[in-house]
Ligand binder design. Structure first.
Ligand code: HMG
Ligand code: MG
Length: 291
């Protein structure tokens, strides 16, 4: 039997959050609708965060309530706190994600609190998600390097990941937020984490700034991970991680995985249509901001 790998599409959230010119709500919806037809089990559609922090995703509720949902797809959103969770629930999210960090400096810059405080904020979200029957995912950012404080100790990754698993996350996505991780560093980090969080409950989230994202996927596959995040068209970055470029492109990931004999269930023709739409949206944005 061919081994299945889940490709978790994060482009509409991780990709679009970083665009400086506002992308119309209708375009965001059109993109998600195209992706929905391409066979993804999971699409991260938007975030219920402060619009002062991420103005691009101010239309989260409209997006979530107007997309055409496919039966086989879970629509996920980021929720940093209870307020975000309540809004996500009202908008019909199938899955919510809490997002923490292995770096204190990044935690402060991204969500304005320490790692410990963030876990305190996430705990009631986890309880509320369980009570509402909404799946809970966790992110750990800066699993190898932080844009503000340099290299990150794998033990800190392990501890944040374990705290989130213990809180009820079914899966922890390990973020190379600035995309500078090397395969050796990813291996050292994973070796520390898998003692506490099993590989089947881990996902790889590799930004591709240094062009090593597929090499990092390869190492993670060897360690037993079977879920990877990627963004249509290689969109992405984090507004609070200077220098973070796009996520690993979904087409590159699917092509790589299928070439290695894994099954993904993603329709590359429909994905190409979604990629063309992204290219038109982002090009227009860049034309506006580039003199
Ligand atoms: P804060 O300022 O510390 O908190 O922000 P606050 O409670 O004082 O709230 C500030 C304002 O936001 C208030 O409004 C709140 O009402 C409002 P005001 O009174 O000033 O008008 N507010 C909200 N509004 C809408 N939805 C909410 C919400 N909560 C408060 N849920 C907070 C704390 C977490 C809210 C803020 O720091 C924030 O929104 N941060 C989001 C940052 C973000 O989205 N970063 C990008 C995603 S993470 C990422 O990209 C990494 C990842 O891809 C993995 C990887 O690559 O490593 C996941
Ligand atoms: Mg990211």
């Amino acid at each position: 039997m061919t081994d299945h790998v889940r490709v978790y599409e994060v482009g509409p959230r991780d990709g679009l959050q970083n665009e400086t010119v506002f992308i119309p709500t209708a375009s965001k919806i059109a993109l998600i609708d195209l992706l929905s037809r391409a066979g993804f089990e999971k699409i991260e559609a938007t975030s219920f965060v402060s619009s002062k922090w991420v103005p691009q995703l101010v239309d989260a509720a409209e997006v979530m309530t107007q997309i055409i949902r496919e039966g086989g797809t879970d629509y996920a959103v980021l929720t940093p706190n209870q307020r975000g969770f309540e809004a996500a629930k009202a908008a019909g999210a199938d899955e919510v994600a809490i997002f923490g960090s292995a770096s204190e400096a990044f935690s402060q810059k991204n969500i304005n609190c320490s790692i410990e405080e963030s876990l305190e904020r996430f705990a009631p979200v986890a309880v509320a998600a369980r009570e509402a029957g909404i799946r809970l995912r966790g992110y750990v950012s800066c699993v190898v390097e932080c844009p503000y404080s340099g290299m990150v100790d794998p033990v800190a990754v392990r501890d944040t990941a374990f705290a989130m698993l213990d809180m009820g996350c079914y899966e922890i996505s390990l973020g190379d937020t600035i995309g500078r991780a090397t395969p050796d560093a990813v291996l050292r980090m994973l070796e520390a984490v898998v003692d506490y969080v099993p590989a089947h409950a881990l996902a790889g989230h590799f930004h591709d700034t240094g062009g090593r994202a597929l090499d990092n996927v390869s190492v993670a596959l060897d360690m037993g991970l079977r879920t990877f995040d990627s963004a249509v068209g290689g969109l992405g970055g984090c507004p609070y991680a200077p220098g973070a470029k796009g996520n690993l492109s979904t087409t590159s990931l699917v092509t790589f995985l299928e070439g290695r004999g894994f099954h993904t269930g993603i329709d590359l023709t429909l994905l190409a249509e979604a990629e063309a739409l992204v290219a038109s949206l982002v090009t227009r944005s860049y034309e506006k901001v580039t003199p």
